[in-house]
Design a protein around this ligand. Structure first.
Ligand code: GRF
Length: 196
C-alpha cells in the first residue's frame, strides 16, 4: 500500500485484514516522504514499511525504478495508492499495470488532481464523493472500479467536506479491495467488472 499522509484509509484496511475471511493481507507500506502517519500505522501493526523519496534519486525515472523494486520485493497481488501524492511512471506500470488502484476524493471524471475537494466546493456541486480507479499513465484517468456519493452541505468548508468524503472512502476502499481479492476482476475498455 502506498501512502503520503495520515493513513486513515490504510488503517481501515489493516483493521479489515484482521478478519481472515476478508481474504487479504497488507504485506508492506511505502511512502514518498519520511515521518508520515501511514508509516507509523504500519509499524504499530507490525507491517514492513519503506520510504522512497524523490529527492534521494538522481531523477524521476530512477525514483520510479527504485519504487518498483521496493514494491516488487514484497510480491504484491494488488497495489493500493491511498493519498499517495506522486504519479507512478512507466517502469512501475510496466511491472504492476492493471493491478494498481488509487482512491480519489471526487466522483471522477469530475475534479481530477490534488485539489479536488476544494474545486468541487468552489464549483457548487451538491453531490460529490469518492472513486476507486485502476491507475494508468494519466492523472486520475484510469477505469473506474467503484464509486460512492457524498452530499455537499451548505456550510461545508474543504475540511468538513473532505472528512465526510473520507468516511465514505474508507468503507468504499475496504469493500472494493475485499471484493477484488476474493472475486477477481476484469476490464473491457473502460468498464471494470468485479467477479465473473
Ligand atoms: C484521501 O481522501 C485520498 O483520496 C486523498 O487523501 C486522503 C488520504 O487520507 N487523496 P488518509 O491519509 O488515508 O487519511
Amino acid at each position: 500500500m502506498l501512502v503520503s499522509g495520515t493513513g486513515t484509509i490504510l488503517q481501515a484496511l489493516i483493521d479489515a485484514c484482521a478478519d481472515a475471511g476478508f481474504g487479504a493481507e497488507v504485506v508492506a507500506v511505502g511512502a514518498d516522504r519520511a515521518g508520515t502517519g501511514g508509516v507509523a500505522r504500519a509499524a504499530a501493526a507490525g507491517i514492513p514499511a519503506f520510504v522512497r523519496r524523490v529527492q534521494d534519486s538522481p531523477d524521476r525515472f530512477a525514483w520510479d525504478k527504485a519504487l518498483t523494486a521496493d514494491c516488487a520485493a514484497f510480491n504484491p497481488d494488488l497495489i493500493i495508492a491511498a493519498g499517495f501524492l506522486k504519479l507512478v511512471g512507466t517502469e512501475f506500470l510496466g511491472k504492476f499495470g492493471g493491478r494498481v488502484i488509487n482512491t480519489h476524493p471526487a466522483l471522477l471524471p469530475s475534479f481530477p488532481g490534488i485539489h479536488s475537494v476544494a474545486e468541487a466546493l468552489a464549483h457548487g456541486v451538491k453531490v460529490t464523493g469518492c472513486s476507486v480507479i485502476l491507475v494508468d499513465s494519466g492523472i486520475d484517468s484510469g477505469p473506474i472500479v467503484a464509486q460512492a456519493a457524498v452530499p455537499v452541505l451548505d456550510d461545508d468548508d474543504e475540511e468538513s467536506l473532505h472528512e465526510r468524503i473520507k468516511v465514505a472512502e474508507r468503507s468504499l476502499v475496504v469493500t472494493t479491495v475485499g471484493r477484488m481479492v476474493r472475486e477477481g476482476w476484469s476490464v473491457r475498455g473502460r468498464k471494470v467488472r468485479i467477479g465473473s
